[in-house]
Design a protein around this ligand. Structure first.
Ligand SMILES: Nc1nc2c(ncn2[C@@H]2O[C@H](COP(=O)(O)OP(=O)(O)OP(=O)(O)O)[C@@H](O)[C@H]2O)c(=O)[nH]1
Ligand SMILES: [Mg+2]
Length: 477
């Protein structure tokens, strides 16, 4: 145990010194992009890079709109062992096929190098005028796993079972899991078949919670995306009903489960913390607030506790025993409500305010103080335009877009070629109010305009430039 810790520390120092040494040549910003499944990570990164490379309209990104950014281009990434973010494929889907990119369930990285002119004379004469932006896309579920580092097996068991029992909407899988877990004697001799059986029921319950609420945020995150650890003991455990911290005699089931829980931390959680999380400078957390609002108050409060978990992990990065060794610190965190193009702009501020309230409460719960935190509503790729539609003498602020094939509105099924105008409805003023009446239709990515010279313009967006200003503005000063 102690030995692992020492290796962790040593490796971390080396990684950070390495970063610093190369930093002498060209400064580097490592930007983490995270969010739960389907939050919009891939689309965000593709749109960010596409706009910077293809001269997008970014008036609020000052260094860029004042003409100090001379150019941006993709370069080989620094980490050879991390999959590359498949920018070209995602952009082809968005721009040429007008389809959303495929789901990506693993970590990936992309380096964008920005050439710029510093605003101040002094730094202009000293600085190299280049900034490496290393973008790291990783599942938000991995972030929530960091909370396990501070918990013993028995603590986690108690909390996980209590949370499962408190769930208001229970799937068949959850009912089956709870019934089985309750009857287990944690003190019986360890038994592989029993461990596998319990892990399978627990995993099925985690999966069902995800499918139900689209937002289940319970760790361990890797149970739902096991990759090459599938069927390994590190992923074959489950919480047990334990009255105290006593795990029973040597060779007990509880001790076996506790050992595997620690193995999960060592094989999955610590490497992520050390190799990826502890090296980030900036972080954007994408949140599908609209999906939560549509799913109702239970989903909203689950989202809120996930946000608290996210904030607590950023605090962990600062106050943990590792903090003395981490030479990089996340000093800015942006929470962004995605897919704002599903609403008329009159409702964007309200969307932002709802996320703002959720984050403020989560900040208090996570006892978080540290990095600068901002909240905003954005659409990485704007799939709709706006219009006023007059119907029976009433003018409704509407959005126009092409629904994806198979989407239905008022019983009508769309073919992916027809454009419609839709009054999406209004957001509630409070996050936990009754489910919204907002009509949530999935639209196709937009058709790109062409200039008179036949050049394709960049991807339209909502407030992507404000996000860039907060995340990068000072680095290009
Ligand atoms: N209208 C609109 N839809 C969006 C936008 N961003 C994402 N979406 C929708 O959300 C879906 C998920 O977006 P992704 O970027 O793939 O989300 P992700 O977080 O990478 O998802 P995983 O890779 O599955 O974890 C897309 O397929 C789109 O339907 C946006 O800016 N506007
Ligand atoms: Mg993705």
């Amino acid at each position: 145990m102690q030995l692992t810790t020492i290796t962790d520390e040593t490796r971390l120092v080396i990684a950070n010194l390495g970063d610093r040494a190369t930093g002498l040549i060209t400064p580097t910003v490592r930007l983490g992009v995270t969010g739960l499944a389907r939050a919009g990570k891939t689309v965000f990164i593709a749109a960010l890079v596409h706009n910077l490379v293809h001269g997008g309209r970014l008036p609020l990104f000052k260094a860029y709109s004042t003409g100090r950014v001379a150019g941006a281009r993709l370069e080989p990434q620094p980490d050879d062992h991390v999959p590359r973010f498949d920018y070209e494929r995602h952009v082809r889907a968005l721009v040429e096929d007008r389809l959303w990119p495929d789901s990506t369930r693993q970590i990936s990285e992309l380096r964008l190098t920005i050439r710029y002119e510093s605003a101040s004379f002094l730094t202009r004469t000293m600085g190299s005028g280049r900034l490496h932006l290393d973008i790291v896309d990783y599942p938000g579920e991995w972030l929530l796993d960091l909370s396990l580092l501070a918990r013993s097996y028995s603590q986690w068991s108690r909390e996980a079972l209590a949370a499962d029992a408190a769930a208001t909407q229970r799937s068949g899988a959850t009912v089956a899991w709870l019934a089985r877990a309750k009857g287990v004697n944690a003190q019986v001799p360890e038994d592989e078949a029993l461990a596998r059986d319990l892990a399978a029921l627990f995993t099925a319950h985690l999966k069902a919670s995800r499918a139900n609420e689209a937002l289940s945020t319970q760790p361990p995150g890797r149970f739902l995306m096991p990759g090459d650890l599938e069927n390994s003991p590190a992923l074959t455990f489950a919480p047990l009903p334990l009255a105290s911290d006593d795990l029973g005699p040597p060779g007990s089931l509880a001790r076996m489960m506790a050992r595997r829980y620690e193995a999960y931390k060592n094989a999955v959680v610590r490497p992520f913390f050390r190799d990826h999380f502890a090296r980030l400078d900036r972080q954007i957390v994408l949140v599908d607030v609209l999906a939560a609002l549509n799913a109702g108050p239970a989903a909203v409060s689950e989202l809120e506790s996930a946000l608290a978990g996210v904030l607590a992990s950023f605090r962990l990065g600062r106050t943990n025993w590792l903090s003395g060794l981490v030479t990089r610190r996340i000093d800015r965190i942006l929470f962004a409500a995605t897919k704002a193009d599903h609403l008329h702009h009159g409702d964007h501020d309200r969307l932002e305010a709802i996320l703002g309230r959720l984050v403020v409460r989560a900040t208090e719960r996570a006892k978080f103080a540290g990095a600068r935190v901002e909240v905003l509503a954005l659409a990485s790729v704007r799939a709709t335009r706006e219009a006023s539609v007059t119907k029976s003498g009433q003018t409704l602020p509407s959005i126009i877009g092409t629904p994806l094939p198979g989407e239905t509105v008022d019983g009508r099924i769309f073919d992916g070629a027809t454009e419609i105008a839709l009054f999406p409805g209004d957001l509630p003023s409070e996050p936990t109010a009754a489910p919204t009446e907002v009509k949530f239709v999935r639209f196709r990515p937009p058709k790109l305009e062409r200039t008179a010279e036949g050049l394709t313009l960049s991807l339209p967006h909502i407030r992507l430039d404000r996000a860039l200003e907060f995340l990068l503005g000072d680095k290009l000063a």
